[in-house]
Design a binder for this molecule. Structure first.
Ligand SMILES: [Ca+2]
Length: 307
């Protein structure tokens, strides 16, 4: 008893204890947001002011620089923001809900976790009932960057999907599929021939997210155990076409603003899709991620030139 009293008196009157704690919280805030209990900051929603005269490589570099996030959410925070706000809009019945990205189906609700947006019957007509609801799709697959931060939590390339379409897509490149082995009949998403074809409703969204990812992260290790040529370079023309075929709709523009609110960055190709053309196919093909440049120097590696 006496010992406890002395101990609490020590805690109460010892100024160093308090200052030390305060210092630790400040450090954690900078290096690891996961341990901080204070809510993440939010930013006043703004658009980028991109000089009209920029094009090609200069425009690519400019976009690379301006799209750096002002705040990196933890992966768990990012998922909460996505399900509760960023991708939580209005369903056709006028109530809140989340659109399953590859299924083009809206599931009512306002929850922070995907498992609450349950598929009770096979509403997306893919032959499976996703009783575990939705999870988080990384348009640029996590395995290509070892689930590292900041890529893993960057809402610009995250989307809510039913669990089965997400599993089926796995880490496949996006491209047209002619003889599908799996199909989401509610939307037209398909799997086959080593590719995943997103539905027409989000082909442009996929293309703009991929172009954003390359511009933002080409200087990071984002091509681990993958064929960059098959995944991106040989698909640039197709992605450019998808960008034109499926221009940004209100949902995509709204989410772009909300991403800015939470991360302090946005996808400029959603604000102005013509920037993709202005950078140009050749520049997109030549701005290869760092580890690709390194592996290209090894003459034995032939997989990179495979089409
Ligand atoms: Ca289903």
């Amino acid at each position: 008893m006496r010992f406890e009293l002395i101990f609490f008196a020590f805690l109460f009157f010892h100024p160093n204890i308090y200052s030390q704690e305060l210092t630790e919280i400040t450090c954690d805030d900078i290096k690891d947001t996961q341990t901080v209990s204070t809510p993440p900051p939010t930013f006043e929603i703004k658009n980028y002011d991109i000089p009209e005269n920029l094009s090609g490589s200069e425009l690519f570099d400019y976009i690379h620089d301006i799209t750096k996030a002002k705040y990196v959410l933890t992966y768990s925070e990012a998922k909460k923001k996505m399900f509760y706000d960023v991708d939580n809009t209005v369903c056709p019945n006028g109530e809140n809900g989340v659109w399953a990205f590859y299924s083009n189906i809206c599931v009512n609700g306002k929850y922070e976790t995907g498992d609450k947006y349950i598929e009770y019957t096979d509403i997306n007509l893919d032959g499976y009932i996703d009783s575990k609801g939705m999870n988080t799709e990384h348009i640029w697959p996590q395995s290509f960057f070892n689930s590292n931060s900041p890529m893993v939590s960057d809402l610009n390339h995250l989307r809510p999907t039913f669990t089965t379409p997400n599993n089926k897509r796995a880490n496949l490149p996006f491209y047209y599929v002619s003889n599908p082995t799996y199909e989401v009949k509610s939307s037209g998403a398909k799997l086959g021939n080593g590719y995943f074809e997103p539905p027409d409703s989000v082909k442009g969204d996929v293309a703009r997210a991929v172009f954003y990812f390359v511009a933002r992260y080409y200087d990071r290790s984002v091509t681990v155990s993958m064929n960059y040529d098959n995944f991106f370079v040989s698909k640039i023309k197709t992605y450019m076409l998808w960008n034109q075929m499926d221009p940004p709709d209100e949902k995509e523009k709204r989410r772009n603003n909300l991403v800015y609110k939470y991360q302090g960055n946005r996808n400029p190709f959603i604000d102005n899709p013509s920037l993709i053309e202005k950078i140009g196919e050749v520049v997109w093909a030549n701005k290869k991620p760092k580890n690709i440049e390194e592996s290209l120097e090894q003459p034995a590696d032939t997989t990179l030139t495979e089409r």
